[in-house]
Design a protein around this ligand. Structure first.
Ligand code: Z5A
Length: 217
């Protein structure tokens, strides 16, 4: 069967902590798709939160610093899902229906990891909200790029030393990482990639896992 026919309408997601190398990995996935002769016009890239005009506005709200008012954890969670519904309904589903391969830079697991693991919101509550917002919609295949938070943060900041605030964030990221690891173990169509390896090793590991998944389709 031609590769496009096999991969048409598939939603591949990359998850991981900050600085794990998700943007870099997306390039490796695109390279792999091109080896399968799937051209750019048959690939749709998305990122979360964001990815549509309105969802990008919601991303701005989440990232906004407001003097004297903090975004409540549950408000943050609901904005993540509002942005996700907007993206899924207006971009991802139409692209999948048109036979494209969609590559997502983060998706639902990020809410379980960050709002659940990191902020401590009950995972069952998050799953309930997910069900209301998206029903059974989910990724066809997820690659989790696993990295020590210290290494991810130092990569993301482009230097080795972390400042005091970043060190305080390590606990938060360790809790998020634990949820990502748990989800990878539970989910059948998901694999963990050791993202602490060098570029070439990460690329080879991603291509190997994609080959295995492809063979299973
Ligand atoms: N968030 C949430 O809380 N709940 C949700 O439901 C969702 C998201 C969907 C999005 O931030 C924030 O929203 C994020 C989670 C939260 N907050 N945090 N933390 P974002 O989109 O702005 O940030 P990010 O997703 O964490 O992206 P990032 O920092 O750009 O990370 P990345 O894409 O994984 O990394 P990269 O840009 O590919 O690589 C970072 C650097 O490392 C770069 O200089 C690379 O050249 C280098 N790199 C990459 N791979 C390697 C290897 N193998 N060796 C050495 N250096 C490398």
């Amino acid at each position: 069967m031609p590769a496009l026919q096999k991969l048409a309408g598939k939603f591949i997601v990359i998850e991981g902590l900050e600085g794990a190398g998700k943007s870099t990995a997306i390039q490796y996935i695109q390279d792999w798709l091109q080896q399968k002769e799937i051209t750019e016009q048959n690939i749709e890239l998305t990122r979360e939160p964001g990815g549509t005009v309105l969802a990008e506005k919601m991303r701005d709200i989440v990232k906004m610093d407001v003097v004297g008012e903090q975004l409540d954890d549950k408000a943050e969670l609901l904005i993540m899902y509002a942005a996700r519904v907007q993206l899924v309904e207006h971009k991802i589903k139409p692209a999948l229906a048109a036979g494209k391969v969609v590559i997502g830079d983060r998706h639902n697991w990020s809410s379980l990891a960050y709002q659940g693991g990191g902020r401590g919101i009950d995972l069952q509550l998050i799953n309930d909200i997910k069900q209301v917002a998206l029903g059974d919609f989910k990724a066809d295949y997820t690659l989790f790029l696993d990295i020590e938070p210290e290494l991810g943060l130092s990569r993301a900041r482009g230097r080795g030393e972390l400042d005091r605030i970043e060190r305080l964030a390590i606990d938060f990221f360790n809790r998020s990482r634990a949820v990502f690891q748990q989800l990878t173990e539970q989910e059948e169509n998901a694999e963990c990639i050791d993202a602490s390896q060098d570029f070439e090793q990460v690329k080879a590991a991603i291509h190997l896992q994609l080959d295995r998944w492809y063979a299973s389709l």
